[in-house]
Design a binder for this molecule. Structure first.
Ligand SMILES: *Cc1c(COP(=O)(O)O)cnc(C)c1O
Length: 433
């Protein structure tokens, strides 16, 4: 399979090039040339298939031409070494819990898959060290750092905004050591993202070292996220009595919802989508007006969604032939203030006993407000509430238990490099490595 750039000015790339490069030469995002619909028999039997079996079928359709079957199967099964249950919150709203992986957030899926696929290509080609650069507003950093930890031939640099990620998030990528370097940037998430993008465009730097991205722009991170939408449907299918399925995704960089849209193109019977946002309402405004106007991100309690210029918007535009009308047919939006998020978390806990995290709360509320007669909805619970313990406890007045695998990170020592948001400083640092 070949991959084209959303900007249309770069040559077609192989999967290997798209994975290693991350971003196309023209700064566009790679898209697979074809999205193959899955056969009807797959959907007829999906309720009897395991997560791994489903994921392998979906993976085969994207990557089967480029990765041998045995290796691909191993990559998929190793990646999905944890459960992704669909849990009823209240009729007819379900939560797809994507927090049972090593760092308790959905990004574990894409990060673990990408680490394994990159390693597959490195082994096959006998390449030297590859440097993975990743900008994070919280959860990407921990998922990528843990997905790649100890993987030979790969060094990971995690850039994060100083003072803007929760202490629990921070310790998950600053305490690892080995092949992981954490860089604390004096700026906001968008500054971190700009540093990474500039590094990829810098000829001198690229001549000196092999750089790749592990942000959700990388096809090896974002395509595997489609696996769990099929798994959600498989779990829901038994419960449906003719209702239409609505899928709601708390969104920041829009990689997660974009993979769900790919699922729909492959035949997944989801009738429509809701992109739930916090106060960063760029996509919401686009849906209302047809104009995309990026702006600086604002800090919220759902901080993994504090994104002012969502990268994957380019993919959504491309997927729908740049038609605002077509996009609005499949996707609607919602935007919530911190106060509304807090209120939703309290109300949901009181009325249903279900503990939401601030991101999932946006998804839950958008379904509560947006579901129509004859629809059943599921939202993505994108992270475990204990990852935001301080916020969650303040809002809900409880003392939420920290899962063991999260406690283990908190016992480590923080190691990080301070960095300005000036690209020249970052470049000089990388060259010194
Ligand atoms: C990354 C993240 C999001 C946003 O996902 P995108 O793919 O960037 O839209 C939402 N919630 C949590 C907890 C996250 O870590």
């Amino acid at each position: 399979m070949r991959y084209y750039s959303t900007n249309g000015k770069a040559p077609l790339a192989t999967l290997e090039k798209a994975v290693v490069k991350g971003l196309a030469e023209d700064r566009g995002l790679y898209m697979p040339e074809r999205i193959k619909p899955l056969p009807q028999a797959f959907f007829d039997n999906i309720q009897d298939m395991s997560l791994q079996e489903i994921a392998y079928q979906v993976a085969d359709s994207f990557f089967g031409e480029d990765v041998d079957a045995e290796s691909l199967r191993r990559i998929v099964y190793d990646t999905l070494s944890f459960v992704i249950p669909l849990v009823k919150v209240e009729e007819p709203i379900y939560s797809l819990e994507l927090f049972h992986g090593p760092t308790l957030a959905f990004k574990d899926v894409g990060a673990r898959f990408m680490a394994r696929l990159l390693q597959y290509f490195l082994k096959k080609e006998g390449k030297g060290t590859v440097n993975v650069l990743v900008a994070t507003s919280g959860d990407t950093g921990s998922a990528v750092a843990n997905g790649f930890l100890g993987v030979e031939g790969i060094h990971v640099y995690v850039l994060y905004p100083k003072g803007k990620v929760s202490p629990i998030q921070e310790c998950q990528f600053t305490t690892l050591g080995q092949n992981i370097t954490a860089i604390e940037v004096d700026g906001v998430f968008d500054d971190c993202q700009a540093l990474v993008k500039n590094a990829f465009m810098d000829e001198e730097l690229n001549a000196k070292m092999q750089l790749t991205s592990a942000n959700s722009i990388n096809v090896a991170r974002f395509l595997p996220q489609s696996f769990y939408y099929f798994h959600a449907y498989a779990q829901l299918k038994k419960k449906l009595k003719g209702e239409k399925v609505v899928c709601c995704v708390p969104s920041g960089n829009f990689g997660n919802i974009c993979s769900a849209l790919f699922g729909k193109r492959m035949g997944l019977p989801i009738s429509r989508f809701i992109a739930a946002n916090n106060a960063n309402d760029i996509f919401y405004n686009y849906l209302q007006t047809g104009h995309y106007e990026p702006k600086p991100s604002v800090q919220t309690i759902a901080n993994a969604m504090d994104v002012g210029d969502p990268s994957n918007f380019a993919r959504i535009l491309d997927l729908y032939g740049k038609s605002h009308e077509a996009i609005c047919q499949d996707i609607s939006g919602a935007t919530y203030t911190d106060q509304q998020i807090a209120e939703t978390m309290r109300k949901c806990l009181d009325e249903t006993g279900y503990q939401l995290d601030p991101h999932g709360a946006c998804g839950y509320r958008a379904l509560q407000e947006g579901l129509k007669e004859g629809e059943t909805g599921f939202f993505i619970e994108t992270a475990h509430p204990a990852k935001f313990k301080q916020t969650v406890d303040e809002i809900c007045g409880g003392d939420i238990a920290i899962p063991e695998r999260l406690q283990a990170f908190m016992q480590g020592t923080k190691q990080s490099v301070s960095m300005s948001k000036d690209f020249a400083d970052f470049k000089a640092f990388l060259i010194r490595q």
